[in-house]
Design a protein around this ligand. Structure first.
Ligand code: UD1
Length: 352
């Protein structure tokens, strides 16, 4: 049995980590293809090293570009790789341009496709991720869904017969890393005391970064938060702020590079709150029991909203108050699985 994983962007490396272990344990021949969508060491190599992911077997080196140019370059490069390996499954992850390219390349060669994290929907067609998810789900032969809500979306699109509920592999890795970093010191930017109350913030979605007026409003709102804010800046955020002359370090905001995954988990564990537009970080905050404020109009991880653990604040009103609100009282539901999703993924691939 041969599985070929196509990955390229930071969140996909996190998902790949537990899957690579489970496939190895199941005796699967696993080929890892890195498209090169993310190429900065902090967005790519650090994840392979920290999460002990085997080095990619193939690196396409595609890099950045417009959606069409980037996705098209991956598609063209994947033809020869898929033709050489003829995998039993091409496994694609999440919702990035690398996901879509992997799925389209495989379907054109009549190779079976499995989509991990299938069935998520924001119903916001402005998001590139939403096109990628919908198109990938409809091209795939096996839909590995993280939640019942995702299963319901797939069923409503006529895809129930190909769908399996496996749980969320990000839960697997988040819990493992949480246990490993417990008791270690948090690494935070200068000016953010790990012992004091602080907020972790990330902003990288085009809807928040690309329009200068919007980015300025987001930066201003972060600047109103009354405790130190560690703004872990994706390269896109820094680039757009520089291009438009927008100061990010306002009020108590300290701008720093993205953190390696274990350090991110450790930083969130000690945080008073998280402010983000990332999908993965919303869920990580939820899993780690830290209140999250999401700077978007909607979330595909709707379960995080239950009980007030996550709050949508696209209009930025009251962000200062939301960012430091206390954690809700009461039990948190466990909608994202038990930390053993990757084993179920391996089972589905080897028996499916
Ligand atoms: C991509 C995914 C997004 C995911 C995010 C995680 C798509 C459409 N988007 O967004 O779903 O949440 O990854 O981080 O696939 N850049 C660098 N160094 C890099 C990579 C990118 O400087 O290693 C800069 C470039 O200026 C590039 C920009 O960031 O143009 C955007 O990168 P891109 O890969 O297009 O999308 P992300 O915003 O990272």
């Amino acid at each position: 049995m041969k599985v070929l994983s196509v990955v390229g962007a930071r969140p996909q490396f996190v998902k790949l980590a537990p899957v690579a272990v489970a496939l190895r344990d199941a005796g699967v021949d696993h080929v890892i293809v890195h498209t090169g969508q993310h190429y900065d060491a902090l967005l790519s190599d650090a994840f392979f090293a920290d999460l002990k992911i085997p080095d990619p077997d193939v690196h396409l080196g595609v890099g950045s570009g417009s959606h069409g140019a980037q996705t098209g370059a991956m598609l063209a490069a994947l033809d020869a790789v898929l033709a050489e390996h003829r995998p039993d499954w091409t496994l694609v992850y999440g919702d990035t341009n690398s996901t879509l390219a992997g799925a389209v390349a495989a379907v054109k060669l009549h190779l079976p496709i499995a989509h991990l994290e299938a069935g998520l929907r924001s119903f916001n067609r402005r998001m590139p991720e939403e096109h990628n998810r919908v198109l990938t789900d409809h091209a795939a032969d096996l839909l590995l869904a993280p939640t019942q809500v995702a299963m319901d979306h797939l069923a409503s699109e006529g895809l129930a017969a190909r769908s399996r509920l496996v749980g969320d592999v990000m839960t697997d890795v988040c819990y493992l890393v949480r246990d490993a970093v417990a008791g270690t010191p948090a690494t935070l930017p200068d000016g953010v005391d790990p012992a004091g109350p602080y907020v972790i913030a990330t902003i990288h979605r085009p809807d928040n970064t690309d329009d200068p007026a919007r980015l300025d409003a987001v930066a201003a709102a972060l600047g109103t938060i009354e405790v130190p804010v560690a703004l872990l800046a994706h390269p896109r955020l820094r680039a757009k702020a520089a291009e438009h002359g927008i100061e990010l370090a306002r009020g108590r905001v300290r701008v720093a590079d993205p953190l390696p995954y274990p350090q991110l988990v450790r930083a969130v564990l000690g945080a008073r709150g998280v402010v983000t537009d990332s999908g993965g970080l919303q869920k990580e905050a939820f899993l780690l029991g830290v209140p999250c404020t999401t700077v978007r109009t909607e979330t595909e991880w709707v379960e995080t909203l239950d009980g007030g653990w996550n709050v949508l604040a696209n209009d930025l009103t009251g962000l200062d108050r939301l960012a430091t609100r206390p954690a809700p009282s009461g039990e948190r539901a466990r909608p994202y699985g038990d930390g053993h999703a990757a084993e179920r993924v391996a089972t589905e691939l080897t028996t499916g």
